[in-house]
Write a protein that binds this ligand. Structure first.
Ligand SMILES: O=P(O)(O)O[C@@H]1[C@@H](OP(=O)(O)O)[C@H](OP(=O)(O)O)[C@H](O)[C@H](OP(=O)(O)O)[C@H]1OP(=O)(O)O
Ligand SMILES: Nc1ncnc2c1ncn2[C@@H]1O[C@H](COP(=O)(O)OP(=O)(O)OP(=O)(O)O)[C@@H](O)[C@H]1O
Length: 519
């Protein structure tokens, strides 16, 4: 049933349990996959998720087009890519355990039928691919059971089941480095995400002129209050807070909050959920955190800004995930697609032998991906003055590097917070926490959180020693940070990347507002 990449930590229940559709509930989906969470309470099952590929059509038949993300990405290659290509770059602790699991068409049809009512309208033009023989069995990063079990085993305490998970799709975190882009290029001042806003608005108008607001619509907020990924990646407290505030106001597919059951919450439920999660701490601050309107997302004194922002900001400032994503996104996209694609295209045209042309743009092999990772990890690779690629091998290298950077520009990370039982001051502190590993590579870290007596603000610290004396009550949160959606991008998307890049630029230039992103 399973392939070699199954990590030992996924001790699996028998197939009759796993292949029972009533044990799965629709969780969420992206462009290419639908995710189901386990509803089975069995300890071997309760923290699992299924990642099921979508077809290109509404009836579930697989009809890969040359631009399809599935054309090269079978479930096995996605797993291999995550473990052998992405893990060495960003760190194995961020990679979610996964294995390929054989399924039947009947099982897929049942999943398809039971998910129909939960799926958003704008996604239903693609349904589950009923021809796939394997899906990815993985860990549900929004579930409480894995970290809670670990805490129980380590601390010998009954662990609370309170969990809050947030997902962030941070997108492109850099302004281009390319020495070949014009010094006057808009790309030197405005990040790709901020430019793309105008392109998205154009697409939405042309496709959905009368549609109600969806995840994909921009709400009517002033330009200066929009989310800029560069703020999130900045490691500066004020800028991270601003980025989070912008995401609360207009989250699109860049920010999600999950409840204790791992269900995606609608934005108007976020404040209440966050408030309830922190309730053990709030007796001192009840008056100062406002819960008096229905939707507190924009309220500076509401639970999102006062409670959620400090803990996410703390995690993002401590954890290297964003710095690593940004570094590799930028270095692997050294030339910029505006320069790279015409270079590739010209080179292909100059090749006499059609077999050489085909092999320059052939799907990368596993060996090539692994060579790419070794090459780019070599310190010499990060030189500011790279040789312009002009041989077959160099152009091929530049293509693979760009595709790798595209994966890192499109992935998301999930932070899962697990609330441990409430303690009072004076209780013995846990030993200093340097992160403990689960049986896979997942690292659990802990933070202490309290309401400051002085001003009713949330204080976050890595150990109690730093905060004792200023309060009577604190909570300890275990948290994990892991990345999802690190599939390989197909090589035949390269041309489309260029087209999209030029369309984004054109849409940005066609309007008057200029955005200056802080690098
Ligand atoms: O190009 P972008 O930035 O629009 O990214 C696409 C994403 O759009 P986003 O901006 O996040 O709404 C897009 O996300 P949505 O479908 O919009 O949620 C996909 O992730 C797409 O990747 P793939 O085609 O499924 O492999 C993404 O395409 P890639 O460019 O990563 O291949
Ligand atoms: N292991 C997981 N645990 C919990 N939730 C998950 C997990 N993997 C994915 N999800 C949820 O499902 C959503 C879609 O998953 P994923 O990003 O893998 O789909 P995709 O179709 O490949 O995305 P894209 O549109 O970027 O191509 C994620 O945004 C996240 O909300």
């Amino acid at each position: 049933m399973q392939h070699d990449f199954s990590p030992p930590s996924l001790a699996l229940p028998p197939p009759n349990v796993l292949l029972d559709p009533k044990h799965w509930r629709y969780k969420n989906e992206g462009n290419a996959n639908v995710i189901f969470s386990s509803t089975c309470k069995d300890w071997q099952c309760s923290h699992l998720a299924l990642r099921v590929r979508k077809s290109c059509s509404p009836n579930g038949s697989r009809s890969p087009s040359p631009t399809s993300p599935f054309a090269e990405a079978t479930s096995l290659s996605s797993i291999e890519y995550a473990n052998r290509v992405i893990a060495p770059l960003v760190g194995p602790e961020y990679i979610v355990p996964m294995c390929a699991y054989r399924v039947t068409e009947l099982f897929l049809k049942d999943l398809e039928a039971q998910s129909r009512l939960s799926r958003p309208d704008y996604r239903t033009h693609q349904s589950i691919d009923l021809t796939q023989e394997e899906v990815i069995l993985t860990v549900d990063l929004t579930s409480h059971s894995r970290i809670a079990r670990q805490s129980r085993a380590r601390l010998g305490v009954g662990s609370s089941s309170k969990v809050m998970a947030v997902e962030v799709k941070p997108k492109w975190g850099f302004l281009p480095l390319s020495p070949f882009l014009s010094p006057d290029s808009e790309k030197r001042q405005t990040c790709r995400f901020c430019m793309k806003r105008h392109y998205n608005q154009g697409i939405e108008h042309s496709f959905f002129p009368d549609s109600p607001l969806s995840e994909y619509s921009f709400e009517d907020i002033p330009e200066k209050n929009h989310f800029c990924p560069l703020d999130l990646y900045s490691s500066d407290s004020t800028r991270i807070s601003r980025a989070l505030g912008a995401l609360y106001a207009s989250s699109r597919n860049n920010f999600r909050l999950f409840n204790s059951d791992g269900v995606v919450l609608q934005p108007d439920k976020w404040s209440t959920h966050v408030y309830k999660f922190f309730e053990p701490l709030l007796h001192q601050a009840k008056g100062s955190i406002r819960m008096d309107s229905v939707d507190h997302r924009g309220d500076e004194d509401g639970p999102l800004h006062r409670l959620l922002t400090p803990i996410i900001r703390y995690v993002l400032q401590q954890d290297p995930v964003l710095a690593r994503l940004k570094m590799w996104q930028a270095w692997l996209d050294y030339w910029d697609i505006e320069i790279l694609w015409p270079m590739v295209d010209q080179f292909v045209k100059n090749l006499k032998d059609p077999r050489d042309q085909a092999s320059l743009l052939a799907p990368p092999t596993s060996k090539e991906w692994q060579e790419t990772v070794s090459r780019v990890q070599n310190p010499g690779y990060r030189s500011m003055h790279r040789k312009v690629p002009d041989t077959f091998t160099e152009i091929r290298h530049a293509i693979l590097e760009y595709l790798l950077s595209a994966t890192l520009k499109d992935c998301s990370f999930i932070i899962n917070f697990n609330l441990e039982p409430v303690r009072v001051a004076g209780e013995a502190e846990h030993p200093k926490d340097d992160g403990s590993k689960l049986s896979d590579n997942t690292v659990i870290r802990h933070i202490y959180v309290l309401m400051s007596d002085d001003d009713g603000h949330l204080v976050v610290a890595p150990s109690l020693t730093e905060i004792q004396g200023s309060t009577t009550q604190w909570i300890r949160l275990g948290y994990t940070v892991q990345i999802v959606d690190v599939d390989p991008k197909p090589v035949d998307k390269l041309k489309l990347y260029h087209l999209k890049d030029q369309s984004i630029l054109a849409a940005y230039r066609s309007q008057e507002n200029r955005v200056f992103c802080n690098p």
